[in-house]
Design a protein around this ligand. Structure first.
Ligand code: ADP
Length: 261
């Protein structure tokens, strides 16, 4: 078993009075592809946002690559030192959101080269070569000089994936990256994820409603309900033979909604 790349220990998260995650413990191995599934509001996105340090937690510890990310020790650092430390930790983590958030006034190529040149001190030439390779990987090399407004949603999302990869993260987080797309554009983005999953050793956490995709893509599926992990296991087990009533009910609703498993 590979070492844990991401470790949540007894994590609780509240928004005001509202408890969103309760005593959640989770290990994700280096290189593992984990799919997070569950009804809307079950806490999936919150897990990713916490890992991006976009949210704080009320209890528990989180380590990434054996280094503290959110722990009492990190919380005790002065705000300035904590921000500097977290900035360094965030270098290992990339996220792609439901909405692509590309810079609208910049070309596709500049969207991908911007962060490496600004934050990593990489020369523009090197960043450009790397960006063109990444754009080729996502099938967008012929749109390098286009502006985001000239692209379809699926194309924008593929550029957003290339942009996140340009920072060479060890961990990639994908938050419902096909949910905002027209149905006919979903597959082109899923194909990029399939390719990434099979060709890289990055650790990937993916929130998705695409159950048949989760089934092919993930090494492990985790079903959340009300901020707790109800059940987890290899996709074949979770989808074919769920052990918990709540998982069965969730999967039945998916089938009833006409979505395949
Ligand atoms: P999921 O990704 O499974 O749909 P989320 O992690 O987005 O679930 O949300 C979990 C719960 O937290 C939901 O009840 C949601 O309404 C609540 N929530 C999410 N973000 C906020 C916020 N910024 N402020 C208050 N409540 C929030």
């Amino acid at each position: 078993m590979s070492p844990a790349m991401v470790k949540f220990e007894n994590v609780s998260k509240l928004y005001g009075e509202h408890r969103v995650l309760t005593d959640l413990s989770l290990n994700v191995s280096a290189g593992e592809k984990l799919a997070l599934i569950g009804a809307s509001g079950s806490g999936k996105t919150t897990i990713l946002r916490i890992l991006m340090t976009l949210e704080t937690i009320e209890a528990g510890c989180i380590t990434v690559n054996d280094r503290p990310l959110l722990t009492p020790k990190v919380a005790r650092l002065s705000p300035r030192r904590r921000e500097a430390y977290l900035q360094e930790m965030r270098r290992d983590i990339g996220m792609v959101f439901q909405h692509f958030n590309l810079f609208p006034h910049m070309s596709v190529l500049r969207n991908v080269t911007l962060a490496p040149t600004l934050t990593r001190g990489i020369s523009l030439n090197e960043a450009r070569d790397q960006a063109l390779d990444l754009l080729e990987m996502v099938g967008m090399e012929n749109k390098a000089s286009a502006l985001p407004a000239e692209l379809s949603g699926g194309q924008k999302q593929r550029v957003a994936i290339a942009r996140a990869l340009a920072l060479k993260p060890k961990i990639m987080l994908f938050d419902e990256v096909t949910s905002a797309l027209d149905p006919e554009l979903v597959e082109e983005v899923l194909n990029v994820l399939r390719k990434l999953g099979s060709q890289t050793d990055m650790t990937m956490l993916l929130v998705t409603h695409e159950m048949s995709f989760a089934r092919d893509f993930a090494d492990r599926v985790l079903f959340l309900d009300g901020g707790r992990i109800v059940e987890e296991g290899p996709p074949e087990e979770i989808f074919r033979n769920p052990q918990q009533d709540r998982t069965r009910l969730f999967l039945r609703k998916i089938v009833a909604a006409g979505l395949s498993l």
